[in-house]
Design a binder for this molecule. Structure first.
Ligand code: KIV
Ligand code: ZN
Length: 513
């Protein structure tokens, strides 16, 4: 029987550290449920000690997810570890992932600790964690740039203290595949008790090699766990992308000889959910989940694929969850049909009240758009994840006028803290006028660092527009996403969603700070 490759998803922890990708507790739970449907082995749900919000998110996920192991990150100190254990108390299977930096640069400049102090703290942390939880992962942060003799001492010691998984992060994305693979191989060879732990890879994508490095860590180094994120979401250039690693190992089973337990048909739904929730759009030519990943434009390729699919295709689109845009529901569809479609899409809404609210939005959309696709339903449900208490700002209505040769004008009616506001402005275009009108009342002072519009379903101007607005204020970056058949309305919704996130301030400790 082939060895199993453990898939450890960190979209909700490392992915969320990407500027602007922060998610609410409900959004995280929705994604965790999709990760469970995808059958990932471990879900790193957050960093429980970093903020009350993160604690609640980890706890909620631990309480609801039963099939995957739920993990919380913790710095190597008793308080962080105890907080993780508390958040994971309700988990069917919980894991504490504790870390401390081991590279000379990080120890001296960031931690201001000697190597001996770091070694001692790592041991104490794992000992403490092991008394609270049977499944302990240890990461030497900036491990790849650490001095190998010292790293061997630390890792041997933490395995002796009971660490069950040893993860080697390439924290800054500096590795190249062959050397990273050999590095892990060397550690496993030199550490006498290395066979008592599962070895794991964790690669960042600064040089575009996160997937290649991770696969080399598996093939050359013998690692049996890969840490990755949906769409490669993550700090800076991101993390190793789950869909690419999984499909590489599945498609080239002849080479890797490993099994993954992933239900690949859930990959594209997971990709869409993460992109719609965070506002991080997937580039069209992205492997596996990009809109063009299975599109053949040239005549020669089209001809070849029609004659024999495998002339130009190494994977089948349907195996990773691509389906042609299907008209699923319309104006006359009832609540039961809607509820059933939600179930078929794997969207679990918690209460009848949530289903009713989503159905009301569906009816509203169906009045304005004759054909409702799966993508529209997912977008509609993502909108629903904004809970009432998060909604300080809410759009009520919008009127705008634009005419060739005239300066566009917008009037926006919205609530701010429950009070109705009517705001007017003109602008360079209708979107500019709309957002200026809102800002004239809110006076957030936030700087807009990104504005983007995409069609939710490709190929038609009848599609809903999906707008992402990224705002920066007081050292924080947030994304707001809005969907509507009218892109000016979608823009107003996205702007107000971003303002809601800025308004719901949450202070947190940086994982690598
Ligand atoms: O990149 C990194 O070093 C990390 C650790 C906290 C595991 O994310
Ligand atoms: Zn990382």
């Amino acid at each position: 029987m082939a060895d199993k490759l453990i898939i450890f998803d960190t979209t909700l922890r490392d992915g969320e550290q990407s500027p602007g990708a922060s998610m609410t507790r409900d959004e995280k739970l929705r994604i965790a449920r999709q990760l469970e449907r995808l059958r990932v082995d471990v879900i790193e749900a957050g960093f429980a000690a970093s903020s009350n919000g993160d604690f609640e998110a980890v706890k909620t996920i631990a309480d609801h997810i039963k099939e995957s192991t739920v993990c919380s990150l913790a710095r190597a100190n008793d308080r962080d570890i105890a907080r993780s254990a508390e958040a994971l108390a309700g988990a069917a299977r919980g894991r504490i992932h504790t870390f401390i930096a081991t590279s000379p640069l990080h120890m001296e400049k960031k931690l201001r600790m000697t190597p001996e102090q770091v070694l001692e703290q790592a041991k104490l942390a794992v000992r403490f964690a092991r008394n609270l939880c049977g499944d302990i992962e240890f990461s030497p942060e900036d491990g790849y740039r650490s001095e190998v003799d010292f790293l061997c001492r630390v890792l041997e010691a933490v395995i002796a203290e009971g660490a069950t998984t040893i993860n080697i992060p390439d924290t800054v994305g500096y590795a190249v595949p062959e050397l990273y693979g050999q590095f892990i191989h060397t550690l496993r060879e030199r550490i006498p008790n290395s066979d008592k732990a599962i070895w794991s890879v964790h690669c960042h994508n600064d040089l575009g090699m996160a997937v290649a490095n991770s696969l080399a860590g598996v093939k050359i180094g013998g690692a049996r766990q890969v840490e990755c994120t949906i769409n490669g979401l993550g700090e800076r250039a991101g993390n190793c992308s789950l869909e690419e690693v999984v499909m590489a190992v599945n498609t080239r089973r002849d080479y890797f000889g490993l099994d993954v337990g992933i239900d690949t048909s859930q990959i594209v739904p997971a990709s869409r959910m993460v992109s719609q929730t965070t506002g991080f759009v997937v580039q069209p030519n992205k492997a596996v989940v990009g809109a063009n990943a299975f599109a053949h434009a040239s005549g020669i390729h089209q001809d070849g694929v029609l004659k024999a699919r495998d002339t130009y295709e190494i994977m089948r689109a349907e195996d990773v969850g691509w389906s042609a845009n299907k008209i699923v529901l319309g104006k006359l569809s009832g609540r039961n049909a809607f509820k059933q479609r939600l179930q078929e899409l794997g969207v679990a809404l918690d209460s009848e009240a949530e289903i009713n609210a989503a159905f009301a939005r569906f009816k509203d959309l169906a009045d304005r758009k004759s054909e409702i696709f799966d993508e529209d339903i997912i977008a509609l449900v993502s909108d629903e994840s904004v809970t009432q208490e998060d909604e300080h700002f809410r759009l009520l209505s919008l009127a705008q006028r634009s005419e060739t040769g005239e300066r566009p004008h917008a009037r926006v009616v919205f609530t701010m803290g429950g009070h109705e506001q009517v705001a007017d402005s003109d602008g360079n275009g209708p979107v500019d006028a709309t957002l200026k009108a809102i800002e004239s009342r809110v006076e957030s002072g936030a700087e807009m660092v990104l504005y983007s519009v995409n069609a939710i379903t490709s190929g038609s101007t009848e599609s809903q527009g999906e707008v992402t607005v990224r705002l920066q204020h007081g050292g924080r970056v947030v994304n707001g996403v809005g969907n509507d058949p009218d892109i000016v309305v979608a823009s107003a919704k996205a702007y107000l969603a971003a303002l809601n996130k800025l308004h719901a301030k949450t202070e947190r400790v940086a994982a690598q700070g």
